[in-house]
Each structure stands twice: as structure tokens, then as C-alpha cells.
Design a protein. Structure first.
Length: 378
């Protein structure tokens, strides 16, 4: 009888403990029902991806947002390492609408909300003081994507951005595939085509803390960026057009160093960004996938590597988080408690002819890839 009770107890624990790793560390998933809502006539849902080693990510088709991402430390303990909210209402009501989101049509800033293409000028929303940011007032972070869960590790998202949506020309057909691979990678691939010349710069905007979301400063994380140059900005965070060396400056992350080591240095660029909020010009040795960056959290051993085919990487150090955002598990998201590494073309490229082009023409296919690879250091 006692043996039967023990077996039943074990089965019960196996059911209620979700996503165990080899050391029986539990992962608590969010309630799918808390994300079920019809918005703009389309159904919003929460999708769960899991790989064979036990990593889990939850993604909503509202804005293509990565809501959670569970990774282990060197002791096998799992933490959710991305900032986000526990339900769709919080996402809809938050002043920080970019947590974990797909960004477009144009990630980052366009000066004065204007650009010219083939002799015609286009006016965009000025939603970042005098400038255009992340696609406008209702960018891709705020639309409902069509979603298809291909398998337990893969989610396919698609969206048609109509001609002149947020001021951009051309009907743009986009497909994004998010895959949690068995190599412990969150792989995000983007494809797009257009029926008229347009500009495009898609990216992903997870806010990471490798200690766990809401678990303190990221300034002691160790960062390396594979870039010898960056693009300085003016006081509106628009690139000046200069491509400057990082050497002998706080922007030199060619060798691994703590994020916070130079963040308070007397440097005009840090004053403009209130810290780091800058595009780095990646050292591209290959035509396809290249190594972009690495972050190590020394206490847990959690390590993130970034790979991309994009020429740039926006490093943002959480300078505008202020403790007013209450996220999952009622944790406050405070000043510099998250970082972003956004693979991208450069900000304001449509107005900087010497920057890599972001123009997409009919008959061409846009393709971008970002891989966030998770490891554990000793």
C-alpha cells in the first residue's frame, strides 16, 4: 500500500512540475489562457518551444514577442532570462512595448521621420521626439502575426504590411521562423518580399539578464563585441555618418570586460545615450553567418553568443528602465538590469548613402538571421 502511495505521489509531481532538467529543477510556465485575446480581429495565443536538453521559450504572436526563455546555470538551475509580462493585458498597457518583440519595418531610428527613395520623399511617424523609431506608432511589435507551430521546437510567424502602413511604400510580405534548436540556440530567421521599392531593417528586441529577469544589475556581466568600429550619434541618437574606431574609448569591447567598467566615463557619446545605446560595425569575415558578440554572467556561468549575417549590432544597456515596469513574478525592472543585442543594418541608413543599403526592390528577397546561442562557462 505504501509503495502504491509513493508511486502515485511521484506521478502527481511529474505532472505538476513542468519542464524538469536532469537535476529536477522545475520551470514554471505561464498560463496560455492569460494570452488568449482577439485583437484587430485576429486571435492572440501563447506558444511553447522546448528542445531536447530542457530549454524552453514561450512566444506570443502579439508582436512576435519572446515572453520567456529558460536556460540553465553551471549547477543545472534554470532561470527565465528575458524581461516580459505574465499576461497580454500587461503588454497592451505597458509603456515599454518592445520587450522581446519583432521590430520593423525599420529597426532603430530614422532622422526626422523622413527618407527619400528613387527621388520620392516619404514621411514617417515621429515617435521618438523628432525622429522615427522601430517602425512607428504601431510597428511590428504591436500587430498580431499569423502563427503556425511547425513542431515542438519551431514557430512560424507571417504578416503582410500593407502599402503606406506607417508611411512605408510597398506591400511587404514577411515570414519569421523562431526555432529553439538542440544546440541550445534561439534561431530567428527573417524573409521578406515587396511589390514596390521600400526600406527594411528587421530585428529582435529581447531584454536579457543572464542572472534571471529582474535579478539585479547587468553591469557585472562580461561583454565582448566583435567590432573595431562603431557609429557615433548626435543628441537625438541619430548617427552622424562617421564610422569611428573603438580604440582608446569606452566603446572598445574587442576584449572581454564588464559592461559597467567604463559606462560612467566622461565621454560625450555616453552622455548622449545615457550610457550604451549604440550601433557597432561588426567585423565580417564571411559572406554569411559571423560571430558578433559574447556575454558571460560570471556567478551563474550562463553565457550568450550572438551570430548574424547583419553588418551591425545595437548594444543597449537598459538605460531607460526605471523600476516602474512590474514584470513576471512581480519583479521590478530597474535601471540597467537588462541589455539588448539587436542584429541590424545601421540606424538612419536610408539617409546615409555610404552605409550598407536597406533598400528592397521587387523581385529581391530579404533575408536576415540572428542566432542567440546559450552555453555554460566553468
Amino acid at each position: 500500500m505504501k509503495k502504491a502511495i509513493l508511486i502515485m505521489s511521484f506521478l502527481f509531481l511529474s505532472i505538476v512540475t513542468v519542464g524538469q532538467n536532469k537535476k529536477n529543477t522545475s520551470i514554471t510556465l505561464l498560463k496560455k489562457s492569460d494570452f488568449e485575446r482577439e485583437i484587430d480581429g485576429k486571435q492572440v495565443r501563447l506558444y511553447t518551444l522546448k528542445n531536447k536538453s530542457g530549454m524552453i521559450s514561450e512566444i506570443t504572436n502579439y508582436g512576435g514577442k519572446v515572453v520567456s526563455l529558460w536556460t540553465p546555470d553551471r549547477k543545472g538551475h534554470y532561470e527565465d532570462i528575458v524581461l516580459g509580462y505574465p499576461n497580454i493585458d500587461d503588454y497592451l498597457n505597458s509603456k515599454e512595448k518592445y520587450f522581446g518583440a519583432l521590430i520593423g519595418r525599420y529597426g532603430n531610428r530614422i532622422a526626422n521621420g523622413k527618407f527619400a527613395l528613387n527621388g520620392k520623399e516619404y514621411d514617417l511617424a515621429k515617435n521618438n521626439e523628432l525622429n522615427h523609431l522601430h517602425g512607428g506608432n504601431k510597428g511590428f511589435e504591436s500587430v498580431v502575426w499569423d502563427a503556425k507551430q511547425v513542431d515542438g521546437q519551431t514557430l512560424e510567424l507571417s504578416y503582410v504590411s500593407k502599402n503606406m502602413e506607417e508611411g512605408y511604400p510597398g506591400n511587404l510580405n514577411i515570414k519569421v521562423v523562431c526555432k529553439l534548436t538542440d544546440n541550445n540556440e534561439l534561431k530567428i530567421e527573417y524573409w521578406a518580399s515587396t511589390d514596390a521599392p521600400t526600406v527594411i531593417n528587421l530585428t529582435h528586441h529581447s531584454f536579457f539578464n543572464l542572472k534571471g529577469a529582474g535579478n539585479g544589475t547587468i553591469n557585472n556581466h562580461l561583454l565582448q563585441i566583435n567590432a573595431a568600429y562603431y557609429t557615433p550619434v548626435d543628441n537625438g541618437l541619430i548617427p552622424t555618418g562617421e564610422i569611428a574606431s573603438v580604440e582608446n574609448s569606452p566603446f572598445d569591447f574587442q576584449k572581454t570586460k564588464p559592461i559597467g567598467k567604463n559606462v560612467e566615463a566622461e565621454h560625450q557619446q555616453l552622455k548622449y545615450g545615457l550610457g550604451y545605446d549604440h550601433n557597432f560595425v561588426l567585423n565580417q569575415k564571411l559572406e554569411g553567418l559571423n560571430y558578433a558578440a559574447k556575454v558571460i554572467e560570471p556567478v551563474s556561468g550562463r553565457t550568450l553568443e550572438v551570430y548574424t549575417n547583419e553588418p551591425g549590432l545595437q548594444f543597449y544597456g537598459g538605460n531607460f528602465l526605471n523600476g516602474t515596469q512590474i514584470g513576471k513574478n512581480n519583479k521590478l525592472y530597474e535601471y540597467r538590469t537588462a541589455f539588448c543585442l539587436e542584429t541590424q543594418h545601421f540606424p538612419d541608413s536610408p539617409n546615409k548613402m555610404h552605409f550598407p543599403t536597406t533598400t528592397l526592390n521587387p523581385g529581391e528577397e530579404y533575408y536576415s538571421i540572428c542566432i542567440y546561442k546559450f552555453l555554460v562557462s566553468k
